[in-house]
Design a protein around this ligand. Sequence first.
Ligand code: CP
Ligand code: NVA
Length: 327
Amino acid sequence: LADLSTHQINRLVAHAYHLKQVSRPWVSPRFSEQPRRPGVSPTLLNKTIALLFSKRSTRTRISAETSAVLLGGRALFLGNDDIQLGVNESLRDTARVISGMCQGIFARVGDHSEIEELALHSIVPVINALSSLWHPTQVLADLLTLHENAFFTSIHPDPMMSPDLVQKLRPLRPLTVAYVGDSANVLHDMLVTYPRLGHQLRIASPENERYRAPKPVWDRVLELGCDKNILWTKDPLEAVKGADLVVTDTWISMGQEAEKEQRIKDFQGYQITEQLCREGGANSDWKFMHCLPRKSHEVDDEVFYGPRSLVFEESDNRKWTIMALFE
Ligand code: CP
Ligand code: NVA
């Protein structure tokens, strides 16, 4: 998302909201019958997007496959064991070959340099579906979820609004967003996005270099002037002070399985609980988000399955935001 202007980010989120509305049945308190859905135009007709995934995925893969179908196109899943890549063929040659036959590449890679190399050698657009450093499509879905939630907006929805009208995305009021946990790909995209959209970030992670944003990420934060709206502490209580939204991610990202024991030790005290947020002075109406998949180390069941949790709305919104990107 550091590559996009705030205008481009807002346009994508607004387009995702539009696609969601025209694709799903209306539910209106005023009209008992559901009017016919306008539907989406088949803008990907006869087009194929390659899903080049070297890591597991539930949400990102399903979002991509189902949204390509709704747009009249096809998503071609290419996992580790499906193609010659890594065994008989280089990433460079693979990029050129796939892009000669498909109209886009949506790639989930290990090291971030792999997606840079793909983008360099592909002759069609490449979208990052998660890398060691970034997870942009997750943060687009999170933004849509925030815009849809009345608590976060400055204008409340009109319950009498006609279902025939496509509603506009409501603007977000400036938010205080706390992130408690590992400095991983999802947080990194938050760092280069939320401050530019006028939100404050308060982050808590253990005081160890490996749990703080790496240099290539922090360089982008500085380049975009985002650091002014970021507080970074080792104290989770300090991070959640005044928070409207509390966010976390797994403590053990894909590829870090060998560090599991050490990480669980280092993150003791960083679990999101009602007690932590009460003691730290979060806003009484605070909400919770997590990209999933989730382990109970980082957030307890009371919060995760409780009324503050927006996790499954976030997961639903992966689809509409990825669909907007594909279009
Ligand atoms: N949040 C997310 O990217 O989930 P998946 O790994 O299941 O795609
Ligand atoms: N940080 C996590 C995100 C999973 C969607 C990981 O990279 O595994």
